[in-house]
Design a protein around this ligand. Structure first.
Ligand code: NAP
Length: 485
């Protein structure tokens, strides 16, 4: 399997095919700023081809017994696992994330996604309701047809497989569009799907930009289900495109997640957890805790130790095994981070650590997109830096005096994706968790995921839930059959 210098074609009807217009986009390696491969610059015509293939494949695939569909997904999982090293390296080159993170988080999670949904479909319950002596109802849950799956660049295979696996497990066929910035692992997944013998047309991948391919998917009348993960601004466009066609839509969007540390927390765990939740994947995880709130009596100590630990993070070439902080995905994202660090200073913030581009890790990375892990203090809670999603290695730390105050701070944003609470007081943990408006609340942990639980955001962090039963329901249409008794 080639990884570097390859030209990624679309995967339609089980074949790798040129984009109809013959055009390709350069794919840059964030760590070097240089192109290392190309991906199809497709458009609506390629989406049409994929729809034809997916429509045809749906006829047989939707009728296959769950046990048979399950076997294909299990085979895909096994093959990704077999190629763990190749996938991890590709993901690291494509995204700029440390290879150790790709190997320990992203790729294993993609494997887990396929295994989870392969087995979940074997254990679903069906519903029946008896209406007194009058009728007997049962609910059929049928695949909806063609699912359009659009994913972002930060966790490319992890997030795309989180959509592909439940969509095809439940008998739908899929048209997936990875981010144009990080197409490589989706391309490799197609090779795996072929090797696993997945019937032609069940999974189709169309590469290209959001405005061309993404928009064509959301606008296509035959793609009736849309699962989208990305930014809130794009999510709004997706919702607008889908609404007139009454598509079933799931939107997993941005976040500005609070991380709350009470003075009674296990301090070592809170520091370790907070450094991780602030800077994992250079802060480019939607669930990262970018606003840290610390109870005033512990504030000074926390800030000192947090800075000390953050300063020890090893920033370097993503392909180096020692690296803990890799590159930012591209130049526009790097510029956005710089913009917010400047803004924070104008808003009165103090840069307690970082705040600029680092000394570049090695010669290979001379033109790469790197930024130091950055800690900002002394900002008002309601300023832009504390309300808008930066999506980079930038965290603010703010003191608070009591529970009620910090709950107000936590909820003072348009987002509502996730939060973390660090305390040893169990009653307080339950109280605070109940009052924070986020789809997930972690207590004394971060990013601990059970794939059965509903996952998603509140407010402008999204609509709908993914994960476990929620995903199985999302990708199926309930039909009630009512039989008179
Ligand atoms: P993005 O710009 O919104 O892009 C997401 C995907 O949508 C990409 O594949 C993009 O294509 C495509 N797209 C762009 N315009 C489109 C349009 N008009 N119609 C349909 N699709 C379109 O987001 P991103 O910058 O890739 O990712 C970062 C964002 O994702 C952050 O806000 C982060 O919080 C969020 N995120 C959320 C979750 C979650 O679970 N809630 C998880 C991860 C990330 P191209 O990139 O190819 O142009």
């Amino acid at each position: 399997m080639r990884i570097e210098s390859s030209q990624m074609r679309n995967f339609i009807n089980g074949e790798f095919v040129e984009p109809i217009n013959g055009r390709y986009l350069d794919n840059l390696e964030p760590a070097t700023g240089k192109p290392y491969s190309q991906a199809a610059d497709s458009d609506a015509h390629d989406v049409d081809l994929a729809v034809t293939a997916a429509e045809k494949a749906f006829v047989d695939w939707s009728k296959k017994p769950a046990t048979e569909r399950s076997r294909f997904l299990l085979r895909i999982a096994d093959l990704i696992e077999r190629d763990l090293e190749k996938f991890s390296r590709a993901e690291s080159i494509d995204t700029g994330k440390p290879i150790s993170l790709a190997r320990s988080l992203d790729i294993p999670r993609a494997v887990a996604n396929f295994r989870f949904f392969a087995t979940a479909i074997l254990h679903t319950e069906s519903e029946a309701h008896i209406t007194d002596n009058v009728a007997f109802n049962y609910t059929l849950r049928q695949p909806r047809g063609i699912a359009g799956l659009i994913s972002p660049w930060n966790l490319p295979l992890y997030l795309l497989s989180w959509k592909i696996a439940p969509a095809i497990a439940t008998g739908n066929t899929a048209i997936a569009k990875p981010s144009e910035l990080t197409p490589m692992t989706a391309y490799m997944l197609c090779e795996i799907a072929r090797e696993a013998g997945l019937p032609n047309g069940v999974l189709n991948v169309v590469h290209g930009t959001g405005p061309k391919v993404g928009a064509a998917i959301t606008a296509h009348p035959k793609i009736t289900t849309i699962s989208f993960t990305g930014g809130t601004v794009t999510g709004r466009k997706v919702a607008e495109a889908c609404a007139p066609l009454f598509k079933k839509v799931s939107l997993e969007l941005g976040g500005k997640n609070p991380n709350i540390i009470f003075a009674d927390a296990d301090f070592d765990a809170a520091i370790t957890g907070s450094v991780r939740s602030s800077f994992a994947n250079q802060g480019q995880i939607c669930l990262c805790g970018s606003r840290v709130f610390v109870e005033r009596s512990a504030y000074k100590n926390f800030v000192e130790r947090f800075i000390e630990r953050t300063a020890q993070l090893c920033l370097g070439d993503p392909l180096d095994e020692k690296t803990e902080q890799g590159a930012i995905v591209n130049k526009p994202q790097l510029d956005k981070i710089k913009f917010y660090v400047d803004l924070a200073q104008k808003e009165g913030g103090k840069i307690a650590l970082g705040g600029s581009a680092p000394q570049l890790p090695n010669d290979r990375c001379r033109e790469g997109y790197f930024f130091q892990p950055t800690v900002i203090t002394d900002l008002p809670v309601s300023c832009r830096t504390n309300r808008e999603e930066i999506f980079g290695p930038v965290v603010t730390i703010t003191p608070f005096d009591n529970e009620e105050e910090v709950i107000g701070y936590a909820n003072d944003t348009d987002y509502g994706l996730a939060s973390s609470v660090w305390t040893q007081n169990l009653n307080r943990a339950h109280r605070v968790a109940e009052k924070i408006h986020t789809g997930t609340v972690w207590v004394n942990c971060w990013l601990l995921r059970d794939l059965r639980v509903p996952f998603g955001g509140m407010k402008q962090s999204g609509v709908g839930r993914e994960g476990g039963e929620e995903a199985l329901r999302f990708f199926t249409e309930p039909k009630n059959v009512c039989i008179a008794r």
